[in-house]
Design a protein around this ligand. Sequence first.
Ligand SMILES: [Zn+2]
Length: 160
Amino acid sequence: MLNEVSVCKIFTFDAAHQLIGHKGKCSNLHGHTYKLEVVLKGVPVTEPGHSDEGFVIDFGDIKALVRQSLVDRLDHAFLAKGDEPVLETLQSSGSKVALLSFRTTVENMAAYIAYKLKQAALPLYSVKLWETPTSWAEVLAADVPADGPSYRLHGGCDCE
Ligand SMILES: [Zn+2]
């Protein structure tokens, strides 16, 4: 009997954001090439002859699920809390916006991504989100409350 195995799929997406009220240069509108590491953990399928025999989950299935539930929405978007002065201009000009209702720090983004992937019923262990080549935030699936990260409990919008 095999024990649990961790597998990881890496995604990248480009996005812009602006941290209103930040004391440093992140208060400017700017962008990142984010790198997302999705770690899943489970016991590989043992059923002989099954398409997924020996897999925790097929990498192709991970790719499709993560793209569908997250990356397609965030890639080349403006990641908005909702208080950015530029938001109205972007929306009225048809530019892509992901209205998230929380301050778009890498910590909050990682928590949001972990929550969304748990909702997508993936056997999630953790997500690590790189905002720059030297900065990342990591959230363990076990640390994500069932009803979502705490910032969603304080009157955020339901813009999903
Ligand atoms: Zn930034």
